[in-house]
Design a protein around this ligand. Structure first.
Ligand SMILES: C[S@@+](CC[C@H](N)C(=O)[O-])C[C@H]1O[C@@H](n2cnc3c(N)ncnc32)[C@H](O)[C@@H]1O
Length: 256
């Protein structure tokens, strides 16, 4: 067994993260950068450190899963969500919406803000991630200036309070609409009957076989004509083979 094979097994046993599904070159590069940063000389030393130091373990998971996000990320995509997707799924319906790989919650809270603005009533707003530390941050709903940068000033004033330390806290009226839950896209069962699923900036880390398996699962989880949105760098090459058609460049709709 190579060192990396052993590391993958050790990480899966301890952290429940299956690195086989992630692009190997990218992951190895990131893990090696982590070793350099903490002066660790081998994968075994990393595992020892993870076992001995729970704070190091939590930081490593956060680093490995790459949870950069911000409100209204990719404004052109949010424009289509606002003008086309939300009105369509809210017509005579209380939509069920799932943000998968939700990170700090910025994506699902952006959706919740838009729904509130337009008077659309959600059936359920659901946000999941593999990383429990980031889910706790999402539930706290306190953000740095760069995470809310570019947001419409009107939304900032209506739905956030600036705190003395310069961070921004999202209001309860938005927060309490969202249910957060730990969910591993690779291992856990998927919910059903969603009107809209967003899984953005998560696929890029997975191998193409894993991506195809996940897209298939997501399509099963959508209602007929439900929408599926991926990241702007993650366009689906042959949407028809998954039972999807392209609505806009990274927005898809289930064909039946
Ligand atoms: C770059 S963030 C994307 C956040 C948000 N969707 C956005 O586009 O702004 C990627 C998220 O995917 C999560 N993730 C990675 N692998 C996952 C898996 N197997 N199951 C669930 N979430 C995963 C990470 O923890 C991280 O929070």
């Amino acid at each position: 067994m190579t060192d990396y094979e052993k590391l993958k097994r050790d990480i899966n046993n301890r952290l429940g993260i299956d690195l086989n599904a992630y692009k190997e070159q990218q992951m190895r590069r990131r893990i090696n950068q982590w070793l350099d940063r903490y002066n660790l000389t081998s994968y075994d030393e990393l595992i020892k450190k993870i076992d001995a130091d729970s704070e190091h373990q939590a930081k490593f998971v956060e680093y490995l899963t790459i949870n950069t996000s911000n409100f209204f990320r990719d404004s052109s995509v949010f424009k289509v969500i606002e003008e086309q997707v939300l009105p369509s799924i809210s017509k005579n319906n209380r939509p069920r919406i799932w943000s998968a790989g939700a990170s700090i919650g910025a994506e699902i809270y952006s959706i919740a803000i838009l729904m509130k603005e337009y008077g659309f009533v959600p059936g359920q707003l659901f946000a999941t991630d593999l990383d429990e530390v980031i889910l706790r941050k999402a539930q706290e709903g306190v953000y740095l200036s760069n995470q809310i940068a570019g947001m419409d000033q009107k939304y900032l004033e209506t739905y956030f309070t600036k705190r003395d330390d310069g961070t921004w806290a999202i209001h309860d009226i938005i927060k309490r609409q969202v249910s957060f839950k730990k969910h591993d896209l690779l291992k856990d069962p998927y919910g059903r009957n969603f009107d809209l699923i967003l899984c953005r900036n998560v696929f890029i880390y997975f191998t193409s076989e894993t991506q195809a398996r996940l897209i298939h699962n997501f399509v099963q989880s959508l209602k007929p004509h439900g929408y599926f949105i991926v990241g702007s760098a993650e366009q689906i090459m042959d949407p028809a083979s998954f039972g999807l058609e392209r609505v806009s460049y990274c927005i898809y709709q289930k064909t039946v």
